[in-house]
Design a protein around this ligand. Structure first.
Ligand SMILES: [Zn+2]
Length: 447
């Protein structure tokens, strides 16, 4: 008998590997950070012994979900300003609030809340774009969550810089500090020029050069609104994706959030340059940005994945919600009930998410040799009975509250729906304390 640190088992183990193998009455042996075996429970239990058995009867086991676009710390602005146009929301509410409140302490506390929320909804990796990014990294690392963290870059002054060069220098420093080149590292730094309308061509080109030199991802908002398209057209005579193509920005390092207003020839550009797309459907619906052509992008071979965007425009960080909404909305938009089937949706939220973030060799599927980022779902609840197709249940019926255990890097973070690496109550209490202060300020500003 070999020793395993954990044996994780369930009625269904959905590996999400490229053969889409699913194992009935399956089990996974985990040692250290790695998956050392995946098989039917009978075989695993003969080969391995462990004091830690996770899951069991009435459970589904799958790779952790991946949130490919968010601004974690914005959870503290959740519900602060709703039901308004994006530009008004951003310029008159969100940017002033950020200017007033952002600090290392704020971003650390808020990011801990975001990590707690995401983990409890089965998200094991998130791709962040924000300021005070050392604090985002510290928060994720402390809780034990995997994160790609992008140092935000804009051309205008904020609390963390006066000019593009300030942000660019900070991004270089951040990447050099956090890039450790170890396979099971939780934090992967990257560079995040905010958008084509908040960064000049020069800023975008500099960001791209740094990404190439330091071998990191480029995370950007792209073609989110009709306004953005007309703004970029009037500045450069090109639509946003054509414009980025013309300055040599597009390649497989790029994770482009939104891609709502995209024409066919731009879809070809995204596909040819292997750009990863983060589809943020609930944010797009709430801010009335429009419907991204996800069906057409998938058809052209674009890797489309799911992002929640920040909680101020969603208003949660629940990838299961994005999956369910996208599966339904695109069927209606395309007038095709076969489009975005459950298996495709789960692939987008797991394996493709990992690939787009450059983590495809490490996570995104349950396979021997990969890192153990694994979640279990309790299937013994009224809204999941009976079960004919577990993939379909995950997309159309599972709720975040059904996520029972969450493991990242071979470490159990959520057990029986409770965080075990930090104190949930104190994270919540801090959120309410910050909320009270922000609310007083907000009422003063408006009033
Ligand atoms: Zn965003």
């Amino acid at each position: 008998m070999q020793r395993a640190d954990y044996i994780i088992c369930g009625d269904y183990v959905l590996t999400m590997n490229d053969r889409m193998d699913s194992i009935k009455d399956g089990a996974i042996a985990v040692k250290g950070a790695e998956i050392i075996d995946v098989d039917i429970y009978e075989n695993i239990s003969k080969k391995y012994s462990s004091e830690n058995i996770v899951g069991g009867k009435g459970r589904a086991v799958l790779p952790g979900l991946i949130n490919t676009h968010t601004h974690a710390a914005m959870v503290y602005f959740r519900g602060l300003a709703d039901d308004m146009p994006l530009n008004d929301w951003l310029k008159n509410y969100i940017w002033p609030a950020e200017n007033e409140w952002l600090s290392n302490e704020f971003v650390f506390d808020a990011s801990q809340l975001a990590c707690l929320e995401m983990l409890k909804a089965g998200v094991t990796t998130f791709n962040d774009m924000y300021f005070f990014c050392d604090s985002v990294a510290n928060a994720a690392e402390k809780i034990g969550m995997r994160a790609v963290i992008g140092a935000g870059i804009v051309d205008f002054p904020t609390k963390t810089g006066n000019s593009a060069d300030d942000y660019i220098n900070n991004a270089e420093r951040f990447i050099e500090k956090w890039k450790k080149g170890v396979r099971d590292e939780l934090i992967t730094p990257c560079i995040a020029p905010h958008s084509t309308y908040t960064c000049s061509s020069e800023t975008l080109k500099k960001s791209k050069k740094i990404a190439e030199r330091l071998d990191v991802l480029l995370h950007i908002h792209l073609s989110e609104t009709e306004w953005e398209v007309s703004e970029v057209l009037s500045r450069y005579g090109k639509r946003p994706i054509e414009y980025l193509h013309s300055i040599g920005f597009l390649d497989e390092r790029v994770v482009a959030a939104h891609c709502v207003w995209v024409e066919d020839r731009e879809i070809e550009m995204l596909a040819n340059h292997k750009v990863g797309v983060s589809h943020c459907i609930e944010s797009n619906l709430k801010l009335a940005s429009g419907f991204a052509p996800v069906g057409a992008m998938l058809k052209s071979g674009v890797r489309v994945t799911f992002g929640t965007d920040g909680a101020a425009s969603n208003n949660d960080l629940n990838i299961l919600g994005e999956m369910s909404t996208a599966a339904k909305v695109h069927k209606a938009v395309l007038k095709d009930s076969v489009a975005l089937d459950a298996r495709t949706i789960i692939t987008m939220a797991t394996r493709w998410g990992a690939e787009v973030l450059g983590l495809g060799k490490s996570v995104g599927s349950i396979e021997k040799g990969k890192l153990a980022d694994i979640i279990t779902i309790n299937l013994k609840v009224p809204h999941l009975a009976p079960i004919y197709d577990v993939y379909s249940h995950i997309v159309y019926a599972v709720m975040a509250s059904d996520i029972e255990t969450v493991m990242v890097n071979g470490r159990l973070l959520i057990n029986n729906r409770m965080l075990i690496t930090a104190d949930e109550n104190s994270i919540l209490q801090k959120a309410f304390e910050w909320g009270r202060k922000i609310s007083l300020w907000s009422n003063g500003v408006k009033g």
